[in-house]
Design a protein around this ligand. Structure first.
Ligand SMILES: Cc1cc2nc3c(=O)[nH]c(=O)nc-3n(C[C@H](O)[C@H](O)[C@H](O)COP(=O)(O)OP(=O)(O)OC[C@H]3O[C@@H](n4cnc5c(N)ncnc54)[C@H](O)[C@@H]3O)c2cc1C
Length: 398
C-alpha cells in the first residue's frame, strides 16, 4: 500500500469511482480509492439504474442531461469499458392533478435542448400495448433515456482508473481522518496510514459515521429501498422505462432475461425504512412494501397478474432532508471535499459529478457556481433545494 497520496477518495461506489477516474484523467498525481468492502458495496450495488433527465429543478435536469450524453459515449470516454446502458426510452405518466406540472417541466427541458416531448396517450398505448393507462391523464417521452447497470458502471470507472494509475484498495476501511495545524494530514485505514492533504468523502449512506470524530455531522440518513423482480409472460417483450407518478413507482426491463424490475418512489416510506446507521443494513426486506410494489406493477401492466416473482431485495441509499446531494469543500477542515447523500439520483449523475468534482478539486472554483445549491451550509441557512415547480405526491424525488 502507498504511504502518501495527492488525493485519497473514500468510498468505492459509482460516485467515488467516477471522481477517482476523472482525477486520474486530469492528471491529479497519485490518487488512491479506498473501499471498506468490495466495489459497489453500497447503493451502487443495488440500484435499478434508471438514466433520465426528468427533474423539476433546472440544475438537476442539466446535470442529468450532461450525464446522459456521457452514458451515450461511455465506451469512447472511458477506455472501452461498458456501463450496461440501454437507451430504450423513458415515459413519465401523470394523473389529472399533475398535468400542468408535467407540461411546465417539459417546456423547461425543451428550452434547455433536452430531447423530450409530451406524447399522446393513444400513441403510448400503441407503442406499449400492455400498459394500462386508465388512470393516466398525460405522458412525456424521452427517447434518449433508459437504464444502465450501476455495479457494472462502478467497476468500469474503477478499472479505467486503475489503467490510468489509480491505486484501488478494497477491504480497506478508513478508520480515521487525521488533522494537523494546516488541515487534513492523512487517513488511517485497517492496513495502515496514508499521508495526504486532500480527502474526498464519497461514502454515501455512511456519511454521518465517517466524519463523526471530526465533529462534522452530515444530515444523510440511510434508508432501505426495495426492488421486486417478476418474470414476464412470453407475449410481453422488452419494454421501456416508466416513471409512474400516479402510483409512485418506476419500472424497467432487464437486458438479457424476460424480467421486469419495479422500485418505490413514494416518499411516505422513507421515514419508515430509515436506519440509525448504515452498518445496521443486512439486506432486510419489509414485506408490506414488496407486496404493494407488486400490486402497483399489476395495476400498470395487468398482463403481469400471474407473473412469477423471481427476486426481491433491498439496498440502502443516503437520503438528505431535501433529497439532494451534499457536494462541497468543507472550509473549516482544509483539504476535505464531499459528494454524499445522492438519494435516488446518484447513478445517473455519476459521470458528470466525477468530471465536475475533479475539476473543482484541481482548483477550478467556478464549478461551484453550478453546484452551489448542493453546499453543506444550506441546512444551517435553511435554504434547502426547492424546485420552482413540483409534483403533488412525488415531492423532492423529482
Ligand atoms: C434500490 C435502489 C434503486 C435505485 N435506483 C436508482 C435509479 O434508478 N437511478 C439513479 O440514478 N439512482 C438510483 N439509486 C440511487 C443510486 O444507486 C445512489 O444514489 C448511488 O449509487 C450513490 O452512489 P455513492 O457512490 O454515493 O454511494 P454508495 O454506492 O453507497 O457507495 C458508498 C461506498 O462507500 C463505502 N464506505 C463507507 N464507509 C467507508 C469507509 N469508512 N472506508 C471506505 N469505504 C467506505 C461503502 O462500502 C460503499 O461502497 C437507487 C438506489 C437503490 C438502493
Amino acid at each position: 500500500m502507498v504511504e502518501t497520496a495527492d488525493v485519497v477518495v473514500v468510498g468505492g461506489g459509482c460516485i467515488g469511482a467516477s471522481i477517482a477516474l476523472h482525477l486520474a484523467q486530469n492528471q491529479a498525481g497519485k490518487v488512491v480509492l479506498l473501499e471498506q468492502k468490495e466495489l459497489a458495496n453500497g447503493a451502487s450495488g443495488k440500484g435499478i439504474g434508471i438514466i433520465r433527465t426528468h427533474y423539476t429543478h433546472p440544475v438537476l435536469a442539466e446535470l442529468a442531461y450532461l450525464s446522459q450524453q456521457r452514458f451515450h459515449n461511455f465506451k469512447q470516454l472511458f477506455g472501452g469499458y461498458e456501463s450496461g446502458f440501454d437507451p430504450c426510452g423513458y415515459y413519465v405518466l401523470v394523473g389529472n392533478a399533475d398535468v400542468a406540472t408535467l407540461k411546465a417541466v417539459v417546456q423547461m427541458h425543451q428550452s434547455m435542448k433536452i430531447n423530450v416531448d409530451l406524447i399522446d396517450l393513444a400513441e403510448v398505448q400503441a407503442r406499449v400495448p400492455h400498459l394500462n393507462l386508465d388512470d393516466v391523464a398525460a405522458a412525456a417521452y424521452e427517447p434518449f433515456s433508459g437504464y444502465g447497470s450501476p455495479p457494472q458502471t462502478t467497476l468500469a470507472f474503477a478499472q479505467r482508473a486503475v489503467d490510468l494509475g489509480v491505486e484501488v484498495l478494497t477491504q480497506t476501511p478508513v478508520q480515521d481522518i487525521e488533522l494537523d495545524a494546516v488541515g487534513i494530514h492523512g487517513v488511517v485505514t485497517s492496513k495502515g496510514a496514508i499521508a495526504t492533504r486532500t480527502v474526498v468523502d464519497c461514502v454515501g449512506p455512511w456519511a454521518r459515521k465517517l466524519t463523526q470524530s471530526l465533529g462534522l455531522d452530515f444530515p444523510v440518513n440511510p434508508v432501505v429501498e426495495h426492488v421486486v423482480v417478476v418474470e414476464r409472460p412470453l407475449e410481453f417483450s422488452h419494454h421501456p422505462v416508466v416513471s409512474d407518478l400516479v402510483n409512485l413507482c418506476y419500472s424497467r426491463s432487464d437486458p438479457h432475461q424476460p424480467y421486469t424490475r419495479i422500485g418505490n418512489s413514494d416518499p411516505k416510506y422513507h421515514s419508515q425504512f430509515m436506519l440509525q446507521d448504515a452498518d445496521d443494513f443486512h439486506g432486510q426486506i419489509y414485506p408490506q412494501i414488496t407486496e404493494e410494489l407488486q400490486q402497483k406493477l399489476i395495476q400498470r401492466y395487468p398482463v403481469l397478474e400471474k407473473a412469477k416473482v423471481v427476486d426481491q431485495y433491498s439496498g440502502i441509499w443516503g437520503v438528505t432532508p431535501d433529497y439532494q446531494p451534499i457536494i462541497d469543500y468543507l472550509k473549516h477542515i482544509p483539504g476535505l471535499y464531499c459528494a454524499v447523500g445522492f438519494s435516488g439520483h446518484g447513478y445517473k449523475l455519476s459521470p458528470i459529478i466525477g468530471e465536475l468534482m475533479s475539476q473543482f478539486i484541481l482548483g477550478d472554483r467556478s464549478v461551484m457556481d453550478k453546484l452551489k445549491i448542493f453546499r453543506f451550509s444550506r441546512f444551517q441557512e435553511d435554504d434547502l433545494v426547492k424546485s420552482p415547480i413540483t409534483y403533488g405526491k412525488a415531492k423532492g424525488l423529482r
